[in-house]
Design a protein. Sequence first.
Length: 326
Amino acid sequence: MTRAVILGTGSCLPERIMTNADLEKIVETSDSWIFSRTGISERRIAGPGEHIHKVAAQAARRALDAAQLTPADLDLIVLATVSPHMTMPSTACFVQAELEASNAFAYDISAACAGFTYGIDLASKYIYAQPDMKVLVIGAENLSTRLNWQDRNTCVLFGDGAGAAVLSGERGGDRGILGAKLSSDGKLWRLLYTEGAPSMNKDLQLPDWKGPFIQMNGSELFKNAVRLMEGAVKELLAQHQLAISDIDLMIPHQANIRIINNLKERLAVPEDKVFTNLNRYGNTSSASIPIALDEACREGRIRRGDLVLMCTFGAGLTWGALLLRW
Ligand SMILES: CC(C)(COP(=O)(O)OP(=O)(O)OC[C@H]1O[C@@H](n2cnc3c(N)ncnc32)[C@H](O)[C@@H]1OP(=O)(O)O)[C@@H](O)C(=O)NCCC(=O)NCCS
């Protein structure tokens, strides 16, 4: 059997660090409120020249180096984002140009914070059909450009960054993407959305348009996030006849440490098997899992043969879990 294997990972964060103390000067908030409610201490904010495709391309170069491949080896670039540089062309095409990955076709996917996990699932299916394909999956966000910096409910939560993974097929053996349980519920779209510019179609304009910024119902999202990720993980493990004790490392979407702790308790995952870094980066949406995955690899938290579980949720709503043998 052929499975898609992650050959290398990379990440890139903008240089500028914005601390909770910096935010106290912008909105009425405090370091203690933000940290106690979310676990976030600081986040990265893209500065001039740190365009999303440049940060994404840098993460991609690091993933290619780790995989000992060059941009010319790539057949496909899938980039997940909800904060693209332009509506068209896709950010993936900008990255392709930046890398000079002239043999690859490239496109974006939009699944908010679940974007990278959806992208890995997509890549694994291309590779199942064509085992020699080299697929680059990127999660990249420039959410600081989508925040209302006067809205303390949202501007303290998010950050910018990118993470990437290169995959290809491996025949035989037990490594690779084992499976995924992905879901969506578009009826819950109002819990988290960015309308962007008002639609030119008047029928589609929201009567209460609040600008091209992230709008969020935090408490409802919180409850849904824990419940839905728990369900996805349990269903996926059952499908593969695995128990939570078989997992070597869980990489949850980095949105809120209280969501992660709730999930950890419900699933009974020990503390040392859960990877977190959101204290340093906040919620980077589709970039959160690939940045965490890359850091976990580089810190030696994932070894050959380990069973890794990703779980995610985001706007849409979209959510899911993915299992892989490293
Ligand atoms: C947003 C979130 C941190 C709020 O935490 P919470 O425990 O629900 O907040 P509380 O109910 O204790 O507090 C809400 C109060 O804090 C205030 N508040 C909101 N943001 C604040 C801030 N940055 N600083 C200080 N006060 C703030 C609100 O105005 C509200 O005040 P009120 O009660 O006077 O109306 C939490 O709901 C959350 O993280 N939800 C999930 C969000 C998420 O993950 N989104 C991305 C999904 S991918």
